[in-house]
Write a protein that binds this ligand. Structure first.
Ligand SMILES: Cc1ncc(COP(=O)(O)O)c(C=O)c1O
Length: 444
């Protein structure tokens, strides 16, 4: 059997065990394109509809209980429906869900985050990570008076136009001589493409040459210190430090997108890797499962938003720093003591080592990436260093593993990546490893 046939076998098995989800998807498609409001929710033949979540598990509409390492794209760091988070949400909702005036909970969250994150003197909250990166870029442009931005090939920073360039370019569109700006969707204005410089990850010489050439026009470099779409690959520390030194020298604002990587240490990846940007964007875990984002940075940058200082940048948002979100986020942050990170990260190490051992057992060429509580699986014998290494890996095997694990009752991200929660123990890790062994046996 070919890999494609084995994938089809897994898909058929999934379809046979999810008739209720299939029907719900068909109904949903009458009202929502693709049956949902989120591209990432879909996978073929149909996604499974989720009825409830509890701790490390979700239950789907067909009654299957799945061990969840997807945890809403890494955001549920305490697992589903943590009692303290649920209580915080209920109590705040009963006192009122949204006000125009500021609330104490917002100030408490701002205090927690500014105290924890080295680069952040001042912070503002938004409703999504998308808005967080958008406002950080806006601040960098206003601060520098320059218009262009630099980003990495394969880097995702949310759904807004500024960064919808070279996010998931297909292999056949890549210029072999190096990254070029490629529109992420039809209709992206040429003027946006003209403002974006695309760089290869982990290649400091290339970045130095291009950043120097374009320095007088570059407002910022936006990047993830741990690249989510590369299976949570941390940048080489010399690469990160080199970019820090260069951007400081050239007056380019360095923005770390820590929407996902903030979960690896109390002060995020910047603390763990020891490289401090000028601005940082946040999302995911700081909302306790409710919609959230934030951006923060050095006082001189963030004061651009300060109405008491003339605020050259207006920043409105009906639900910014929504009190329900702030209460949920505070409940999460209060749980995340240094020992919780230590335990989750140690389990992450253990999981990555055990996954490597499984694929070695079957002599299947794979790369296991990740850091802290995050992990990714790539079917390739090449070390993962940048976007091109990621897309050159075997995507049929990746899909087959994802579907196979679903059939084994384990939920990963469809990109064969995932994250731990504060509830993860060796039991959950071994369940994932054993399921991976069974699926690999079938796919071999
Ligand atoms: C690295 C990164 N930046 C930004 C975003 C956008 O966040 P949101 O989906 O909350 O808009 C995401 C979301 O997955 C992300 O992973």
């Amino acid at each position: 059997m070919t890999t494609q046939q084995k994938l089809q076998h897994e898909i058929d098995q999934f379809a046979a065990s999810t008739p209720v989800s299939a029907q719900k998807q068909a109904d949903a498609e009458r009202y929502l394109p693709g049956g949902s409001s989120r591209g990432t929710a879909f996978f073929a033949p149909h996604p499974h509809f989720i009825e409830r979540g509890e701790g490390h598990y979700v239950q789907d509409a067909d009654g299957s209980r799945l061990l969840d390492f997807m945890i809403n794209a890494t955001s549920l760091i305490l697992g589903h429906a943590h009692p303290d988070v649920t209580r915080a949400i209920q109590e705040q909702a009963a006192r009122g869900a949204a006000f125009t005036g500021p609330t104490d909970a917002q100030v408490r969250m701002a205090k927690i985050l500014t105290e924890r994150v080295p680069s952040v003197d001042l912070i503002r909250f938004t409703n999504s990570g998308t808005e967080g990166t958008m406002m950080a870029i806006r601040a960098a442009r206003a601060f520098t008076g320059r218009e262009k931005i630099a980003k990495f090939e394969g880097g995702y920073h949310g759904a807004h136009e500024y960064v919808s360039v070279s996010v998931r370019p297909p292999l056949e569109k890549l210029d072999p001589s190096g990254p070029t700006p490629i529109a992420e969707h039809p209709g992206l204005p040429q003027s946006i493409l003209d403002q974006v410089i695309v760089l290869p990850y982990n290649d400091l010489d290339w970045c130095e040459r291009v950043l120097r050439e374009n320095a007088s026009e570059l407002a910022c470099l936006i990047m993830e210190p741990v690249v989510s779409s590369f299976g949570y690959l941390p940048g080489d520390v010399e690469f990160l430090q080199g970019l820090r030194d260069l951007t400081a020298e050239l007056g380019i604002v360095l923005i770390y997108d820590e929407v996902q990587s903030f979960r690896i240490a109390p002060g995020g990846a910047q603390e763990a890797l020891g490289v401090i940007p000028d601005m940082t964007s946040f999302g995911k875990i700081i909302g306790g499962g409710t919609p959230v984002g934030a951006f923060g940075g050095r006082a001189e940058l963030m004061e651009l938003f300060d109405p008491t200082k003339g605020a050259p940048i207006a920043h409105a948002g009906t639900f910014n720093a929504n009190p329900v979100t702030m209460a949920a986020g505070e409940a999460v942050m209060n749980h995340l003591t240094p020992d919780v990170y230590e335990r989750m990260n140690a389990l992450g190490e253990e999981l990555r080592a055990k996954l490597r051992a499984v694929f070695d057992e079957f002599e299947m060429p794979t790369q296991i990436t990740g850091i802290g509580s995050l992990f990714g699986i790539h079917f390739t014998s090449e070390e993962i260093r940048d976007y091109r290494d990621v897309v050159r890996a075997d995507q049929t095997m990746r899909r087959a593993l994802f579907m196979g694990l679903l059939n084994e009752g384990v939920l990963l991200q469809s990109g064969a990546a995932g994250a731990m929660t504060s509830l993860t123990t060796e039991t959950e890790i071994d369940a994932l490893v054993d399921a991976t062994r069974r699926v690999t046996q079938r796919l071999k």
